[in-house]
Write a protein that binds this ligand. Structure first.
Ligand code: G3P
Length: 214
């Protein structure tokens, strides 16, 4: 499973890259706003740091505006793909961009049927938001399971990015289901390394080492 980092914070990206955990990056308007930087500086820094796919999101709501924004976004780097919200105008934009050879990531996906539309329109990636489904009492990972089964049934090449990941269990379940990609906040990447028995084991080795004659 590929690990994308779900952040626009360049320091977090650098730290995760040093661990070998950055196969790509996903951003959205909220994540850009959290950095306190302007969009241009932010995306330029990410493009200069990461070789893998980088998702940058459009803000327009009609297909013409989305396509025009997308054309500007891909000028930042050949690895930039365009995040398009799952709407009817969004699918028109995805179809047009696919025909132009521009890769898209359809975002804010909350149902299997939305994922089918994204795949049929030609999206390179589809992003089901699992945490936000959990928030309203659904099981977000069930959606991922269903999308993977549907894509497999019809050999769709669209890759599933498990998004809105909130905890290590989401990552484990995504891997068990065979999701192509998890996009993970930096905090959760760090949590994946933690286990209390590892910490206890390190402490015990240190204590025992003190008893070795020098
Ligand atoms: O990748 C989508 C993600 O940024 C949304 O996460 O935690 O705001 O639902 P969250």
């Amino acid at each position: 499973m590929k690990f994308f980092i779900d952040t626009a914070d360049i320091e977090e990206i650098r730290k995760a890259k040093a661990m070998g955990m950055v196969d790509g990056v996903t951003t959205n308007p909220s994540l850009i706003a959290k950095t306190g930087q302007d969009f241009d500086t932010c995306l330029k820094e990410i493009v200069a740091t990461v070789d893998g796919p980088i998702s940058a999101e459009v803000l327009g709501t009609d297909s013409e505006t989305m396509v025009a924004e997308a054309k500007k976004l891909v000028m930042y780097g050949e690895n930039v793909n365009v995040k398009i919200p799952m709407t009817v105008p969004g699918m028109v934009a995805v179809k047009k961009l696919t025909d132009l050879g521009i890769k898209t990531n359809v975002t804010l996906v909350f149902s299997p049927n939305q994922a089918i539309l994204a795949a049929k329109a030609g999206a390179s990636f589809v992003s089901p938001f699992v945490g936000r489904l959990d928030d309203i009492g659904h099981v977000g990972m069930d959606l991922v399971d269903e999308i993977l089964q549907i894509f497999d049934n019809y050999a769709f090449t669209t890759e599933v990015i498990v998004a809105s990941i909130r905890n290590p269990i989401h990552v484990k379940e995504a891997a068990l289901m065979g999701a192509h990609i998890s996009t993970i906040p930096f905090k959760v990447i760090q949590q994946l390394a933690k286990h209390p028995l590892t910490d206890i084991g390190i402490k015990r080795f240190e204590e025992d080492w003190q008893k070795v004659p020098t």
